[in-house]
Design a protein around this ligand. Sequence first.
Ligand code: COA
Length: 176
Amino acid sequence: MSAPATALRQGTAQDAERFALVGQATFLESYAGLLPVEDILAHGQRQHAARAYAAWLDDPAWRCWLIEATTGGAPVGFMTVGPSDLPLADHDPADLEIKRLYLLHRFQGLGLGRAMLEQAYAFARERARPRILLGVYSRNEAALSFYAKMGFTQVGDRRFRVGAHEYYDYVLGRAP
Ligand SMILES: CC(C)(COP(=O)(O)OP(=O)(O)OC[C@H]1O[C@@H](n2cnc3c(N)ncnc32)[C@H](O)[C@@H]1OP(=O)(O)O)[C@@H](O)C(=O)NCCC(=O)NCCS
């Protein structure tokens, strides 16, 4: 079945429930079969709570985007961008970080990931930020291939806690 038409827009303070919904759905879809369900549940309840997204949506240092199905308006993908707290040796408080970038499986491979990244580059240029960073699970081969194609290179690494376990992530970056 081909994917329904979608539209990309900036999130507002009224969208926290939509981000929480698509955040949990895409996290489950991405990591079912890779991570234990207890970790997925704990991560969803804490990191994808509507109140967590509400805080980002209210903060002028952050910008968030939604991709929604044109028919019905259900969210199918999202990206959140804000100040970076990644543990880099050359940490620069001016760096921006893509905290989350996820699409439901049916909406992947259609150019929507690239379209969201272009919003992140434009936001970084608007704020005169030198670098866009992100952390990605070291075993997420598809995302690593995507980011390599989009011009990101490895600039560091980190341990990332999901539920009760820590995972090894690469930190990638590029100029906007
Ligand atoms: C990773 C993700 C955001 C990429 O978005 P997408 O919409 O699927 O990617 P696009 O269609 O915009 O692809 C852009 C380019 O990257 C390439 N690309 C995308 N996925 C790729 C892959 N797995 N391997 C190689 N190239 C890939 C595309 O071929 C395309 O290149 P082209 O324009 O020259 O044809 C999306 O697939 C996703 O949400 N995956 C699951 C969640 C996830 O892992 N998120 C990242 C967490 S850090």
